[in-house]
Design a protein around this ligand. Structure first.
Ligand SMILES: C[S@@+](CC[C@H](N)C(=O)[O-])C[C@H]1O[C@@H](n2cnc3c(N)ncnc32)[C@H](O)[C@@H]1O
Length: 224
């Protein structure tokens, strides 16, 4: 029952975010192309980095990406393996995990001891955006508003999966969800914003603005 309620809440929130961003149904459908079928998705709940990596590489051509609040750097590592130039920006110095599950082959894969991803061991600041085409924030503590502003200032794309509202410059008004508030803020900054949802446990609704990044699917807007 609780799970059912969670799903209903999540669907209502997703619909509301879509209304705020003004995404046409046809456009919205493009952003879910290639996501996994429901049966397969149920097995994927804990693999947020792998799912986001898959989603990003399905939708965008390789580019210079900042993995903001990237933690150990697995997302950046996977993107690097796919030909992207990825840099982790996170004030807490951490090494790559020694293994991960490859969700395509369903196998455990070792990360070579010699592997590394470039890191900036510091907090994200807006000026850093000038070195990147895309800013990604997966549960990026205190960085969501800064990412939206920096992407607007430098023409970057962004992909955000926000979770809690901590250390942000503003909070949503009572009765408004943080995601709704961020979506509206991004639109007010001139971004063309889409929403998408991945099937991992936790806050899994994302906001995406392509900016100058090249899209893989024809027919979608490529500026925002
Ligand atoms: C909830 S964790 C998310 C980590 C990773 N993206 C994940 O999904 O597991 C939040 C991360 O935000 C980082 N962080 C905190 N303040 C930050 C800032 N100002 N700029 C960049 N990262 C920050 C923390 O060091 C931590 O790694």
């Amino acid at each position: 029952m609780a799970k059912h309620k969670d799903r209903e809440f999540s669907q209502a929130l997703f619909d509301s975010v879509q209304r705020i961003t003004g995404a046409a149904a046809a456009d919205a459908a493009l952003w879910t192309v290639g996501t996994l079928p429901a049966g397969e998705l149920r097995k994927m709940k804990q693999f947020r980095f792998q799912l986001l990596h898959r989603w990003l590489t399905e939708h965008f051509a390789p580019c210079r990406v900042a993995d903001i609040a990237g933690g150990k750097g697995l997302l950046a590592y996977l993107l690097q393996q796919s030909g992207w130039e990825a840099v982790v920006i996170d004030p807490s110095p951490q090494g790559l995990p020694d293994k991960y599950k490859d969700i395509s082959s369903d196998r455990r894969v070792r990360v070579p001891v010699s592997a590394s991803v470039p890191r900036i061991d510091g907090g994200f600041t807006g000026q850093m955006a000038r070195h990147f085409d895309m800013l990604v924030g997966l549960h990026a503590h205190g960085c969501n508003v800064a990412v939206i502003e920096a992407a607007a200032a430098y023409g970057c794309g962004f992909v955000l999966l926000p979770c809690c509202v901590i250390d942000e410059p503003f909070y949503p008004p009572a009765g408004v969800h943080w995601l709704e508030s961020l979506a509206a803020y991004a639109v007010s900054k001139g971004h063309t914003v889409y929403s998408f949802q991945l099937n991992f446990k936790g806050q899994n609704i994302g906001l995406c603005a392509p900016g100058r990044c090249h899209l893989r699917h024809a027919g979608a807007h490529d500026s925002g």
